[in-house]
Design a protein around this ligand. Structure first.
Ligand code: HEC
Ligand code: HEC
Length: 427
């Protein structure tokens, strides 16, 4: 008996190990490449694609479907603007990227009106972090990875240590732009913007460089993967170390609690943080500081923070945290939007006068927990000429053909009331 077992055992073990290996490969593959730096996960384009596929976005925007003039079949096509021609991705700046604004319901231009463009808040914040980390295609790199990549490409044979020309032997030398050469007008690395960076311009093999000659490695042009790695590194802020990456806060939330906006956040690891400055904006741009909270001190388990905004603005309130370290350096958190409602619902319509057949913008801020309502365009005789569903927030409505004159835009509300806005139409 013992003899038989000894004979079978290695086979069983081998089979077991093989199954484990196959299982592992499948699992890792299906999860895309998640990338980790110092215990913090960063998404890559693969992760984002998985989220989109899981939401069936590919039925209209993938597998060569390009409804709305946009698809995500490749990273390049993902970055291009669609029919609305709004900047799809601003690397490092989710709150101004149309992709994030559309899926978060803050901005819209098309009138699809269905529920195709709504994400769960978890997925939305993963996408938000991804864009804030530069919306990289691959894993986020740090300076050392990039230096090695350049070395592997033989760039050091000409750019090693001649102090008069560009060299990358240290981080500061690499980003130093104060060189006395033909390309002194160009900036070697514009953090967060690969397309304005001379380094990327020199290596991206697109057939044109804004200054001097394209830089090839010893063995010919750099590989696509190396070029992408450097592009992503620049777009993610050209960071030197993990410490200069933006801090990730878990559960950063902003909610309306009886007329005050309560902000909550948790830090995972806190090292040498000085304070949190709470900033607010009405548009998602031009933030102003409204309060400060000191750090509870360094800790490897993190802390929980709560802060109230007693006087929110009626309408949109965007919040973000400026996380200031003891040495004065700082990072920003993701942005949270709270629509603060007054006792009445509000509409604004512009432009006014508006042009017949053109688009108008209608902002609707409902009073109760209404999400949609009807908008009517009524002439001075009370005749209803156009009826359309609108949603909380900003709506874009194409006017029908209307004769010159005065009209009323009305919005019905849950309580049987009406909001009226007088609009002059011209042709
Ligand atoms: C049933 C088809 C359909 C599905 C499913 C769908 N969309 Fe769309 N999408 C459209 C249409 C139609 C437009 C153009 C009108 C508009 O912007 O609403 C559009 C526009 C867009 C745009 C803007 C392009 C531009 O610049 O005009 C983005 C970005 C987008 N969709 C992303 C997504 C994502 C992400 C998903 C998955 C959560 C998704 N869509 C699911 C039909 C769809
Ligand atoms: C055979 C020598 C040689 C090699 C190898 C080389 N370069 Fe260059 N590089 C130059 C010269 C000469 C210039 C300045 C003239 C020009 O811009 O064409 C330059 C300029 C540059 C500049 C612009 C600096 C400035 O301000 O003008 C960058 C960035 C650059 N190279 C990057 C690289 C990278 C990345 C690699 C590796 C893929 C590389 N180079 C490989 C010779 C080389």
């Amino acid at each position: 008996m013992q003899l038989i077992l000894a004979k079978i055992y290695p086979y069983v073990l081998m089979k077991y190990l093989l199954t484990l290996l196959v299982f592992c490969i499948c699992l890792c593959h299906s999860q895309g490449q998640s990338c980790e730096i110092d215990g913090v996960y960063h998404s890559s384009f693969e992760d984002v694609k998985s989220i989109l596929n899981a939401n069936n976005c590919n039925s209209c925007h993938g597998n060569q479907n390009s409804i709305g003039g946009w698809n995500y079949d490749t990273y390049e096509s993902f970055l291009l603007n669609g029919d609305c021609n709004k900047k799809m991705i601003l690397h490092g700046d989710a709150s101004n990227s149309y992709f994030y604004r559309k899926l978060g319901g803050v901005d819209a231009c098309g009138e699809s009106g269905e529920n195709n463009h709504i994400f769960s808040s978890d997925e939305l914040s993963q996408i938000e972090s991804w864009i804030n980390f530069g919306a990289p295609e691959l894993c986020v790199s740090l300076y050392n990875d990039i230096r090695l990549t350049l070395d592997e490409n033989g760039c050091n044979s000409c750019h090693a240590n001649d102090p008069k020309s560009w060299r990358y032997d240290s981080y500061l030398n690499m980003i130093d732009n104060d060189l006395d050469d033909n390309c002194s007008e160009s900036i070697i690395i514009v953090k967060g913007n690969s397309s304005s960076s001379l380094l990327y311009d020199k290596i991206n093999n697109d057939g044109s460089v804004s200054c001097g000659d394209p830089m090839n490695s010893e063995s010919g042009p750099m590989s696509e993967n190396d070029v992408s790695l450097i592009r992503d590194w620049i777009n993610s802020g050209a960071n030197e170390t993990a410490a200069s990456l933006p801090v990730i806060l878990t559960n950063f939330s902003a909610v309306d609690i009886q007329g005050e906006i309560q902000l909550n956040w948790t830090t995972e690891i806190e090292i040498a943080t000085d304070k949190f400055v709470i900033e607010r904006s009405q548009t998602g741009q031009n933030f102003e500081s409204i309060a400060e909270l000191s750090s509870m001190g360094s800790s490897t388990i993190g802390h929980e923070y709560v802060m109230n905004d007693p006087k929110p603005i009626i309408g949109d309130n965007y919040y973000r945290l400026k996380i200031v370290d003891l040495d004065g350096s700082f990072n920003y958190s993701n942005i949270r939007l709270v629509r603060y409602k007054s006792g009445e619902s509000i509409i604004t319509v512009y432009p006014n006068p508006a042009v017949s057949r053109e688009r108008i913008t209608v902002k609707w801020l409902p009073r109760a927990d209404e999400e949609s309502t009807y908008l009517n365009i009524v002439d001075v005789n009370g005749q209803n000429l156009h009826r359309k569903i609108i949603f909380e927030g900003t709506n874009y409505i194409r006017l029908p053909y209307l004769l010159d004159g005065v009209y009323y835009i009305t919005v019905e509300d849950l309580f049987g009331g009406f909001l009226l806005e007088r609009v002059v139409i011209i042709n």
